[in-house]
Write a protein that binds this ligand. Structure first.
Ligand SMILES: Nc1ncnc2c1ncn2[C@@H]1O[C@H](COP(=O)(O)OP(=O)(O)OP(=O)(O)O)[C@@H](O)[C@H]1O
Ligand SMILES: [Mg+2]
Length: 402
């Protein structure tokens, strides 16, 4: 993440109690820099003049009238700064008055962390054109959903190794979320024994703070963090769509890349992840069932506004024996181009999966690892030679570039 992706915030709150808890919440956010803190409304304009934050957070409860005049003064003097107001008062006229005074968002205290994060993101988005010379800012984090057109198509293998590839860039902070709630195997793929799972996080999302969220993740030696699927099937069934949405919102604030491995059941929790996703990797193969299901999936995704455009088709195991369908034919059937081809490499992939060691460590020279690394670059908008996306047929067999 570059420095320009950070949001600089100044906080004013005369009450020590609420200020302390807000400070703790704010300090847990990786994308936010707490530039200044102030305990007196009357000193705050000076603090802002010096610190020049992107966002000012005004906690109003100690003296609502003074806070309202402060918001008005700040919005006039610093029209490009985002003002976020917070109060435990919930009456409509007061909220309206606060917004009319110049606040961009109103937060009701005590605030759940995901609501704070969402409000900060909305203010940031509103400020974006000013920050970026009229151009909207690229989102500071990317949620990548991985879906498959049948069981065993390669979603977990591709998702995990893509996560590892992304995590090799020191500016990245990557988490893999196993949303295959009942039968997921990302923990086995990485040979990790987690203490906490997605159930611990999702079922207590109202009380969650960033420290707790981070503690619930397990980190692999490659740098990839994992939020594993629940251990108990009852817990998997109890997790609701809304909770997944909230968890993803929080992870977006703490990580540059969130990879979500969906179940093949297309449950409401999977749909929640699809709605949050910036990119949807649809993994399929050059065979009839997989392609037919891919067409059905594409059709269903078209019924959700905006989802269809985020889909990138990934052809896995290209070059495997007995493939009679060509890439060209697959593209015609799907009605769209294949974004990436990943070569078949049973030796590297199978052993890597069985040993619980990602390709980076098990087969760093394999073509399949090269292909996934290039896919990671392409998803980050980095330059990759166009031929890297394809697997070429050679006289001896198949190769990545020849
Ligand atoms: N490019 C590849 N070349 C060879 N084998 C592969 C490749 N990709 C995946 N495999 C193998 O295919 C099998 C299934 O892969 P994986 O578990 O990743 O699929 P999945 O879609 O996550 O399955 P599930 O439906 O069980 O979640 C594994 O044994 C894996 O080693
Ligand atoms: Mg899987």
């Amino acid at each position: 993440m570059s420095v320009s992706d950070w949001v600089r915030l100044a906080l004013v709150d005369p009450s020590d109690q609420t200020r302390d808890s807000l400070r703790d919440a704010l300090l847990g956010l990786d994308t936010l820099w707490l530039e200044a803190e102030c305990a007196r409304y009357e000193f705050f304009p000076d603090v802002v003049r010096q610190a020049r934050p992107d966002i000012a957070l005004v906690v109003m409860d100690s003296n609502p009238q003074a806070a309202l005049s402060l918001i008005q003064q700040l919005s006039q003097e610093f029209p490009h700064m985002g003002i976020l107001a917070a109060s435990s008062r919930t009456d409509g006229p007061f909220i309206l008055q606060t917004l009319r005074s110049g606040a961009k968002e109103f937060l009701t205290l005590p605030v759940a962390l995901d609501e704070l994060v969402a409000a900060l993101q909305r203010v940031r988005q509103q400020l974006a054109p000013v920050e970026n010379n009229g151009q909207p800012l690229a989102p500071s984090s990317q949620i990548i959903a991985v879906i498959g057109s049948r069981g065993g198509i390669g979603c977990t293998s591709i998702g995990i190794n893509l996560g590892v590839a992304l995590a090799q860039n020191p500016n990245h902070n990557v988490v893999f979320v196993d949303l295959d709630l009942a039968l997921g195997d990302a923990d086995v793929t990485l040979d990790l024994i987690p203490s906490y799972t997605l159930a611990d996080v999702a079922l207590s999302v109202e009380r969650l703070d960033m420290t707790l969220l981070r503690r619930s993740l397990v980190r692999h030696s490659t740098g990839l963090s994992l939020l594993p699927h629940p251990v108990q099937l009852e817990d998997a069934a109890a997790i609701q769509e809304e909770q997944i949405s909230r968890v993803l919102g929080l992870l977006r604030a703490a990580f540059t890349h969130v990879i979500v491995d969906l179940s093949k059941g297309y449950r409401p929790t999977d749909l929640a992840a699809l709605r949050h996703a910036d990119v949807i990797l649809l993994v399929t193969q050059l065979e009839l069932t997989a392609l037919r299901n891919a067409v059905r999936l594409l059709l269903s995704l078209q019924s959700f506004e905006g989802l269809d455009q985020r889909v990138r088709v990934i052809l896995n195991r290209v070059g495997a024996d007995h493939q009679e369908i060509t890439v060209k034919k697959a593209e015609e059937t799907l009605g769209r181009p294949v974004f990436w081809q990943i070569p078949n490499d049973a030796k590297a992939m199978l052993a890597s999966r069985n040993l619980g060691v990602p390709l980076l460590q098990h087969a760093p020279r394999s073509k399949v690892w090269q292909s996934i690394q290039d896919l990671a670059k392409a998803l980050c908008g980095e330059p990759v030679p166009p031929e890297a996306a394809a697997v070429k047929k050679t006289r001896k067999g198949f190769s990545l570039f020849s």
